[in-house]
Design a protein around this ligand. Structure first.
Ligand SMILES: Cc1cc2nc3c(=O)[nH]c(=O)nc-3n(C[C@H](O)[C@H](O)[C@H](O)COP(=O)(O)OP(=O)(O)OC[C@H]3O[C@@H](n4cnc5c(N)ncnc54)[C@H](O)[C@@H]3O)c2cc1C
Length: 462
């Protein structure tokens, strides 16, 4: 019952920590209260990307009914013949690597002491020299009058639905809201997207927001921005959402996708394990993501950028640090991607953010529709839409003039989620813009558009 490392939560962060821990020779126990694998494979990344891919085939005219999309999504989340996904593959993987897998809800009850409660069994206590808290996040449910009574979906219902509603209101225009809105609309659901900020994807480059907004509107989605939900009631098509501009929108269902929050670290017992928490219940991690003696935070639970690739990275950093290796979290060039059609990719700072940080920065942008790659692709439009134009989009770079380096890169175009990695690598290793300009990019790719932006940036650097 005593381990080098105890991991709380078997999502991407916990799994990565457990596997690397075993490779480093650690004895590892993982406690999971629900599904090994966490949110990503069953309720989040994988089902949403599977449905988006199906929706894209349908949007370009393939005979692709919802039943087929739903069945493929069910296969993806290991739920073919059941109502609930199976995590047997994840558990077998962990156990095969020599990890002790414990099903139950974990809580720290002292330094290196983790109490596990599970249905039908009394509590058991595991002891560990190190504890990695990788307990994920939960959807934020805003305090809107009438919301609980009227009922709503979170992203779980939004990705696992088997029957399409006739209409839906999606509250929240971040990546989750826009991706799912596009899925529903492409399968013929009347869709309204409501965002309080002045644009959807508010954390992305404004041109990316513009490109995706135009595409969603072309597909018939009613995109409302700068409006807040003030109340919800049943009626009309099912649920009526009243808004701050005095208007109201209706849907048979209401999906709440306004963000996610890290777990309550106080309730998880971190103070009892010697971790100092702020009044708000947050902990300040060091560069190894250690928040107290032998206690680490990884993934969504750490409260930073909530992505699977960040969770995986942090899981590996924390377990390496726990095992005495000089691991250090470098989160300076984390890619961000939204898998709408067209995709959105981003890394680093916008020109405004860079200038706020005192960087002498400028921006270079290339319209995608008038690039060679853009010309070759036909925009995804209703069949009556124009065909004699390129796919809309942009590739934009933010340049640190003083250092001749990239400070950020942004793209909205087919392939943007892959394209962005050239910039990730360049930022991580301080590759000069002039070197990127000199690199040969294959014709006609989105990457070549980025190469052209680098050539222009080099000219402007003089
Ligand atoms: C709809 C949607 C789509 C997304 N798409 C993408 C995408 O395309 N790409 C991307 O990078 N990210 C995406 N994300 C984000 C991604 O899913 C998360 O960032 C990722 O799952 C975080 O991994 P994690 O290990 O930190 O947490 P989780 O995956 O949430 O896993 C945490 C685990 O801890 C367990 N747990 C919690 N408390 C306890 C406890 N006390 N005891 C025992 N177990 C506990 C939970 O049951 C859970 O299994 C998406 C999110 C959503 C909602």
């Amino acid at each position: 019952m005593s381990y080098d490392v105890i991991v709380i939560g078997a999502g991407p962060a916990g799994e990565a920590a457990a596997y690397l821990g075993r490779e480093l020779g650690a004895s590892v126990a993982v406690v999971e209260k629900e599904l090994a694998g966490g949110e990503c494979p069953f309720w989040a990344c994988m089902p949403s990307k599977t449905l988006l891919a199906a929706a894209t085939r349908r949007a370009v005219g393939a005979d692709y009914p919802w039943e087929r999309a739903s069945r493929r999504r069910d296969w993806m989340i290991s739920r073919e013949d059941t109502d609930y996904p199976s995590d047997a593959g994840h558990v077998a993987g962990l156990e095969g690597a020599g990890v002790r897998f414990v099903r139950g809800e974990a809580r720290l009850v002292g330094a290196g002491k983790v109490e596990v409660r599970s249905k039908g069994n009394g509590p058991q206590t595991l002891e560990g020299a190190n504890v990695i808290v990788a307990a994920g996040s939960a959807p934020v449910i805003p305090p809107i009058r009438g919301l609980d009574e009227a009922g709503y979906w979170t992203s779980r219902e939004g990705t696992s639905l088997r029957e399409l509603p006739s209409s839906i209101v999606v509250l929240g225009g971040g990546p989750v809201g826009v991706e799912l809105a596009q899925v529903y609309a492409r399968f013929g659901v009347k869709t309204v997207l409501v965002e309080g900020h002045d644009r959807i994807l508010p954390r992305d480059h404004p041109r990316s927001s513009e490109v995706v907004t135009d595409q969603l509107r072309t597909e018939g989605i009613d995109v409302r921005t700068r409006v807040h939900a003030t109340a919800v009631r049943t009626g009309g098509e099912g649920r009526i959402l009243e808004m701050s501009d005095g208007g109201a929108v209706e849907g048979a269902e209401l999906l709440v996708a306004v963000g996610r929050r890290a777990p309550d670290l106080r309730a998880m017992g971190l103070e009892e394990a010697g971790v100092e928490l702020s009044e708000r219940g947050t902990a300040g991690p060091d560069e190894q993501l250690r928040v107290g003696p032998g206690v680490f935070l990884a993934g969504d639970a750490a409260g930073g950028l909530m992505f699977t690739h960040v969770a995986d990275y942090e899981g590996r950093v924390t377990v390496a640090a726990a095992m005495g290796h000089p691991a250090k979290a470098d989160l300076g060039s984390v890619p961000r991607a939204t898998f709408t059609d067209p995709e959105v990719g981003a890394v680093g700072l916008t020109v405004e953010e860079a200038q706020e940080q005192g960087i002498d920065a400028f921006e270079v942008s290339q319209d995608f529709a008038s690039s060679a790659r853009g010309f070759t692709l036909e925009p995804v439009r209703p069949s009556s839409g124009p065909i004699l134009e390129g796919v809309p989009g942009h590739v934009t770079a933010v340049i640190d003039r003083g250092r001749g380096l990239l400070a950020g890169a942004f793209a909205a175009c087919p392939g943007a989620s892959d394209l962005i990695h050239e910039a990730v690598l360049a930022m991580k290793h301080s590759v000069p813009v002039a070197v990127l300009a000199d690199a040969i990019h294959a014709f006609p790719t989105a990457s070549r558009v980025f190469g052209g932006v680098m050539v222009e940036a080099t000219k402007q650097l003089g």
